[in-house]
Design a protein around this ligand. Structure first.
Ligand code: HMG
Length: 390
């Protein structure tokens, strides 16, 4: 029985900053961002979006289409958690009015945890073939103003239904995975911005890739030439391209820039204009690939590399299913990305500095443009959410 990703829906904030605007404010050449790291825009969440509203908004089209009716497992992957005890997924479960017969839990391991979620969901479906799992990856990437990581900020969520006989991508059983205790990127509980050893993090990302691939190749006997496309974790698009080049060089796989373009480019289109979505990032890449590839990808094998700082890396693969285009949300994704509002530098800084109050007071948040749900305020230490659906 094939098991894998049956539906995928992506959501990001309705606001962005063009990196030319940031470059001008930081007195650097725009090409450092546009060319050097391969990023053009960063998605910025207004004060009334958080990981719950991003995640619920990503899952909403699937709920509307009746795709969540048989879901009995909801895994919410994030590293931008809003509570030390209650899983963000339970708020989403409530907003989407899902069945009480559902296991719900939050998963954490930096950007990797959505892949842990996908693999756990596959195990659940193997045991309960008539049932489905919903994996939501939702994050807000924040670095200090003026820091090297600032231009890689972004936000977004991906909601994936995992089922038997999936209509998008059947996931292969073999995986290579690698854990090592390193401090390349982390966020202590008392900080709202990540700390990062930037250059070191890029080296660990590649080291974990090489080790994960080595295992995967030994298990499957496949070579890098046996893949039609790759989806990498995308902290910034240049990272994915460089990682693939390094992997090919290490394992003597011939590669030129045209081949890199064919293998990776479609998967990088959305991330180039949303920024890092942490847990969702590689799956934003998958949505981008399935939505925008001109070639019919049915029957094509995709290689996936998921990475979370700290660190865990995993290489796995999947095969695109016949008729997949009928089940993509390409038009909705296109409209979302095309209709965002651009922020001035000052508006960006004001939103950045707004912060979620932590003094335990009563707050009502200003209404910005959001998706179907908004984070409306805090009362009696409880987050309050509003559904904007009629
Ligand atoms: P930096 O040090 O300011 O950048 O930030 P740089 O000076 O290395 O420049 C970047 C590139 O732009 C260089 O190219 C420059 O030559 C080029 P490279 O040498 O790398 O090929 N450049 C230009 N190109 C064209 N025209 C110009 C120009 N000027 C310069 N005018 C750094 C880079 C990665 C350190 C920073 O972005 C950062 O700290 N990012 C955050 C950390 C990160 O994303 N790490 C990636 C791996 S770890 C990961 O993926 C996990 C993560 O998602 C978190 C999680 O797991 O939860 C982050």
């Amino acid at each position: 029985m094939d098991i894998g990703i049956d539906r995928i829906s992506f959501y990001t904030s309705n606001y962005f900053v063009d990196l030319k605007t940031l470059a001008s404010a930081r007195s650097v050449e725009a090409d450092k961002y546009y060319v050097g790291i391969g990023q053009e825009k960063m998605g910025i969440p207004p004060p009334d979006e958080d990981v719950v509203t991003l995640g619920a908004s990503a899952a909403w089209p699937l709920k509307r289409d009746g795709e969540l009716d048989d879901v009995e497992l909801l895994l919410f992957a994030t590293e931008s958690g809003i509570d030390q005890s209650k899983a963000a997924g339970i708020y989403v479960h409530g907003l989407l009015e899902m069945s009480p017969r559902c296991r719900t839990v939050e998963l954490k391991q930096a950007c990797y945890s959505a892949t842990a979620g996908l693999q756990l969901a596959i195990g659940f479906v193997a045991r309960n073939p008539g049932k489905k799992a919903l994996v939501i990856a939702s994050d807000i990437a924040r670095y200090e103003l003026g820091s090297p990581g600032e231009a890689t900020q972004g936000c977004g969520a991906v909601a994936m239904v995992v089922s038997a006989n999936p209509r998008l991508v059947a996931i292969d059983p073999e995986c290579g995975y690698y854990t090592e205790d390193v401090m390349d990127f982390w966020r202590p509980n008392y900080r709202s911005e990540a700390l990062v050893d930037g250059k070191y993090s890029t080296m660990v990302y590649i080291h974990a890739l090489i080790e994960s691939w080595r295992q995967y190749a030994a298990l499957t006997g496949r070579s890098l030439a046996g893949f039609d496309r790759f989806c990498y974790h995308i902290p910034f698009t240049k990272m994915a391209e460089k990682a693939h080049e390094k992997l090919c060089r290490k394992f003597n796989e011939p590669l030129d820039s045209e081949r890199v373009r064919i293998l990776l480019d479609e998967s990088l289109r959305y991330s180039r204009i949303t920024g890092n979505c942490y847990t969702g990032s590689m799956y934003v890449g998958l949505a981008s690939l399935l939505d925008t590839a001109r070639e019919d990808l049915a029957g094509k094998r995709i290689g996936f590399y998921s990475y979370g700082s700290g660190c865990v890396g995993e290489f796995f693969s999947g095969t695109v299913q016949p008729g997949y285009r009928d089940f993509c949300c390409a038009e909705a994704h296109h409209n979302l990305l095309a209709n965002r509002a651009e922020l001035t530098y000052q508006q960006y800084e004001d939103i950045f500095n707004y912060g979620v109050p932590t003094d335990g007071g009563e707050y009502v948040f200003p209404q910005y443009k959001t998706g179907p749900f908004r984070f409306s305020g805090i009362s009696q230490h409880k987050r309050e959410y509003e559904s904007l659906m009629e």
